[in-house]
Design a protein around this ligand. Structure first.
Ligand code: GTP
Ligand code: MG
Length: 495
């Protein structure tokens, strides 16, 4: 559990706490308070962040990568001869008396209360990794009231990742650093982060937008009213953008009804109505998300869809949120599949369990959950084969894995996640049907939306199957797997 979730939990427990949250950044940073004492006194990190930001409002105004302020190294002189980056945390202990620290505190307090701004202040004058960066990151954690142990844990994991990636320059890892901080400090819902995601989403959907929004623009300028010819042309545009016949027919019928109810005929009103309709299409029922730990997630999908890399990305997110994660190599069809998963597990710092090529995948799943129960893991991701000798074999294997998991741990698998490659367009729809009928699906993750013009398939999946889409893949980097937000998707698609 991350620091701020613990904080929220404690606040709920103790109703005697004052209601008024103090400023996010404390002027005086107490050296090494016990975690709990510090936490109960600590405020919400983003008092100014709106709970329901409107993603459309700001993307253009918010810099994705805010440039560092003019170089001004507050601790250039105050810092002793650079300690090694693996120096004991005590050596990095901060005291508020030091001039650079006072200055940094003031600048953080003056900055707009959002992560990208805080990070700009903290990284000002730091161009490479090393002791300076470590010190500043610890400072940021403590300035936000997070316990030293979490700062240390974050720094250690981040430095191991930097070692592995052989990154030295801040320019190479800044984006990943911000992503990790957003997860670790539970700031991902912050407006700033959402804007970053929205920009990323818009960029990722560029090719799909070429197919949908550019053509809709053309349609709107060619027609003044929404007459039959208008709807016919719209139908063609949607089909060409991989929304598919069935979903297009449904969407057009819904849109016509919406237009009729709104009592408008002019095409100028169309985009807003279409956006509202898409938001409706992507709306999902609330579900019980609580689980009896460990939470077991079964990843299914055809070969090459992105199951293994998506497990890595999900494991990474969960680890950053303070969870203990185990990944299980249930794809025993190919030795390479297991090795690939093991490498990813090591990279993201998750536990790994595998039994070798040809082992029974159900036995792998069973033993992995056994280990997870014994060793207190919070989550288990079970990778599965995408290809077997026949479809029947594949489905029988998935059913067996599910049964065994349920016997070992009631409620498991808590989620069966179908991973779909968006570049396969309409083919993705038949995969949903196949897996839903044979194995059952609780949610869908669509990968490779970046660089495909077939993103319209997202609409088809939501309309035809009503299975929640929980994440989308917008690239190969860890931070490129993002929670799916239907409202943002509709806005990005039509903007
Ligand atoms: N551009 C892009 N590439 C992705 C994305 N997700 C996965 N990939 C790439 O897709 C390829 C296949 O991914 P894997 O995770 O190995 O797919 P898999 O489903 O495990 O495949 P099998 O093990 O063969 O069944 C890899 O090269 C990934 O880097 C994404 O969102 N965007
Ligand atoms: Mg795989």
């Amino acid at each position: 559990m991350g620091f701020f979730s613990k904080l929220k939990f404690w606040q709920k427990q103790d109703t005697t706490k004052p209601q008024d949250a103090p400023e996010a950044v404390e002027a005086t940073l107490a050296p090494e308070m016990p975690a709990e004492a510090e936490a109960t006194a600590a405020p919400e990190p983003t008092p100014a962040a709106a709970p329901e930001p409107t993603p459309a409002a700001a993307p253009a105004e918010t810099p994705v990568e805010a440039p560092a302020a003019p170089a001004e190294v507050p601790n250039a002189d105050a810092e002793p001869a650079a300690p090694q980056r693996d120096a004991a945390p005590e050596e990095n202990k901060l005291t508020a008396e030091e001039p650079w620290q006072r200055e940094l505190t003031l600048r953080l307090r003056e900055a707009e209360p959002k992560l990208s701004e805080w990070l700009s202040v903290v990284l000002d004058g730091v161009s490479t990794r090393g002791a300076e960066l470590d010190t500043r990151l610890s400072f940021l954690f403590r300035a936000l009231g997070a316990p030293e142990s979490e700062a240390r844990d974050f720094r250690d994991r981040f430095n191991s990742w930097l070692d592995m990636m052989e990154y030295e320059d801040v320019a190479d890892f800044r984006s990943e650093l911000q992503y990790r901080l957003a997860l670790a400090l539970e700031l991902e819902d912050e407006e700033d982060e959402r804007n970053r995601l929205f920009l990323k989403l818009s960029e990722g959907l560029e090719k799909t937008k070429e197919r949908i929004s550019r053509r809709i623009e053309g349609l709107l300028s060619a027609h003044e009213t929404m007459d039959d010819a208008f709807w016919d042309e719209l139908e063609e545009i949607l089909i060409m953008a991989d929304v598919g016949y069935e979903a297009t027919a449904k969407l057009i019928a819904n849109l016509r009804e919406r237009v009729r109810k709104a009592g408008v005929t002019e095409t100028s009103a169309f985009k807003d109505l279409m956006r509202e309709e898409l938001e409706e299409v992507f709306r999902t029922e609330r579900r019980i998300t609580a689980v009896n730990p460990p939470e077991v997630v079964l990843m299914i999908g055809v070969n090459g869809a992105g199951k293994t890399t998506t497990i890595a990305k999900l494991a990474h997110r969960a680890q950053m949120q303070g969870k203990k994660v185990l990944v299980a190599a249930g794809d025993t069809f190919r030795a390479a599949a297991m090795e690939q998963l093991q490498v990813w597990a090591e990279r993201v710092g998750a536990g790994f369990f595998g039994k070798g090529e040809g082992a029974d995948p159900a036995a792998v799943a069973f033993e992995a959950v056994d280990i997870a129960l014994r060793d207190g893991y919070d989550m288990v991701f079970v990778d599965t084969a995408g290809r077997l000798h026949t479809k029947v074999d594949l489905m029988a294997e998935l059913t067996k894995i599910r049964n065994v998991l349920g016997k070992k741990h009631p409620g498991a698998p808590h989620r069966s996640v179908l991973v779909l490659d968006a570049t396969t367009g309409q083919n993705a729809l038949s995969q949903v049907k196949l897996f839903a009928d044979a194995a059952g699906i609780d949610e869908i993750i669509l990968t490779k939306l970046d660089g495909t013009a077939k993103g319209g398939v997202v609409v088809a999946i939501a309309l035809q199957h009503g299975i929640p889409i929980t994440y989308i893949g917008l690239g190969e980097k860890m931070e490129d797997l993002r929670p799916f937000n239907g409202k943002d998707f509709a806005t990005a698609l039509l903007s």
